[in-house]
Design a protein around this ligand. Structure first.
Ligand code: PHE
Length: 452
């Protein structure tokens, strides 16, 4: 058998993992989740979730992947616990599931790069979004985005994903920084910062049952946890890497870029709405509000079009570097377990996942439903089992793996005990809240009902 692929460099792995984490979750999902769930209060719970659950859990996925050196489903047998294979399987299914609608949004972004540049997207943003986000127009760009994703994954780890993300991640950061500085100079930006940074803790307490699972779900989604993605990426790592510092780097970078994206998006949302950031919007929020704001920028249409081009180009790069990690997770499973060749596997899976996404492309109600199932059902379950598995089943082996290549070995035991106790309890709480919403709160639970 051919030798299994590996990352060529350590920074290559880190950038690929950051590329996976930073995506539509930060730029498209965060603003409308935050505005629907109390703004700064949401951000507070989100940050707490990154610290308490996100960082320990990303280390847990890294440990599974690097120790097993194989993709997510086979990893559990490799670790001598074949009965736990279903944990990897939930993640792999969730990865394909999520890519199906992620690619639809990615397609809209492609469309918006064109629409912003020509000005068509800025003229009447509501109508424009209504036209391009549904039906055949949306299916075509969905296909295009999937093609780009397949194109990168087909080249493999070193020549595909590592090479691409080495350019993508730095460009995202530089361009977002530029946009954030620009947004800062705009009149009316202040209301956006207030929204992001002035917490109304009363709102967390009053709506704990929905704000907490939404913010925790957003934090874990944003870190690409629960989709077997970090397990898969870590399986291409060598032993001399410090998982601890890589995990911290990814978490800090993702949160930083998330806040940076907020510093671009929220001022624009505030300008566009005259200071009041509304709870409405859903998946269209960024696509309608940003162009509306762009059309109102000082300097006239040329400025709006130029800024719009840069903005949507950043979003596209961020979306692609995440989409490839989702596809890679499913591809790696078939390549590792059945010895399939990478190229046809990537093409075949791309085609299948494209078809699964057609309903979401056709009608945004489906997209919302797919997203809800992904983040409120698959994700918390997978994270729960990962934490249980690494904490209570892998135990001492997990500690040994985290110590490998690390120069602060003492932390590994603290981490294990955190996983076994605080993290586990927190994740159980989140799963329970989601189930409570699902079964006991009629209004909330409806988000699990397919929009037939
Ligand atoms: N983390 C990505 C984002 O924020 C989405 C993603 C989730 C990617 C899960 C891979 C796995 O957009």
């Amino acid at each position: 058998m051919a030798e299994r692929e590996m990352w060529a460099t350590r920074i290559g792995f880190i950038l690929a993992a950051i590329g996976s984490a930073v995506g539509l979750g930060n730029i498209w999902r965060f603003p409308f989740q935050a505005s629907a769930n109390g703004g700064a209060a949401f951000l507070t719970v989100y940050l707490a979730a990154v610290l308490v659950i996100g960082i320990p859990a990303i280390l847990a996925e890294f440990v599974i992947g690097r120790r097993a050196k194989t993709s997510a489903i086979g990893a559990f047998s490799k670790l001598g616990r074949p009965r736990w294979w279903f944990v990897g399987a939930i993640g792999v299914v969730a990865a394909g599931w999520t890519l199906s609608y992620y690619s639809v949004i990615g397609g809209w972004v492609i469309r918006y790069i064109v629409g912003a540049t020509t000005g068509a997207a800025l003229a009447d943003p509501g109508t424009y979004f209504g036209t391009v986000s549904v039906g055949i127009e949306s299916v075509v760009v969905h296909a295009l985005f999937m093609l780009l994703t397949v194109g990168i994954v087909a080249f493999g780890i070193e020549d595909g994903i590592e090479l691409a993300t080495k350019f993508m991640v730095p460009s995202i950061v530089v361009l977002l920084l530029g946009l954030a500085v620009y947004a800062f100079t705009l009149e009316g930006a202040g209301a956006g910062y207030d929204f992001l940074f002035t917490a109304d803790f009363g709102a967390i307490v009053d709506n704990a049952g929905t704000v907490i699972p939404a913010a925790v779900g957003q934090a874990l989604f944003s870190l690409s946890l629960g989709y077997s993605v970090m397990i898969t990426y870590a399986s291409y790592l060598g032993k001399d890497d410090s998982l601890l510092s890589d995990g911290l780097t990814v978490a800090v970078a993702n949160t930083g870029v998330g806040i940076l994206a907020g510093l671009v998006v929220l001022p624009l949302l505030a300008i566009q709405s005259g200071g009041e950031i509304s709870a409405e919007g859903g998946p269209g929020a960024v696509f309608v509000a940003i162009p509306t704001a762009l059309a109102e920028l000082p300097g006239g249409s040329v400025v709006g079009q130029a800024v719009g081009f840069v903005f949507f180009a950043v979003v596209l790069v961020a979306a692609l570097s995440s989409a490839i990690s989702l596809l890679e997770t499913v591809v790696a499973y078939l390549v590792d377990n059945y010895g399939f060749a990478r190229l046809p596997t990537a093409v075949g899976l791309g085609a299948g996942i494209f078809l699964l996404g057609v309903p979401s492309a056709w009608d945004t109600a489906w997209l919302t439903w797919f997203d809800n199932i992904s983040v409120a059902l698959f994700l918390p379950l997978a994270v729960l089992f990962v934490v249980l598995f690494v904490g209570w089943v892998l135990g001492a082996d997990a500690v040994a793996e985290l110590r490998e290549g690390s120069n602060s070995p003492g932390i590994a035991t603290v981490w294990l005990w955190a996983l076994r106790t605080v993290v586990l309890v927190a994740v159980i709480g989140v799963v329970a809240l989601n189930l409570y919403d699902l079964f006991l709160v009629p209004d909330e639970g409806t988000y699990f009902v397919p929009p037939l």
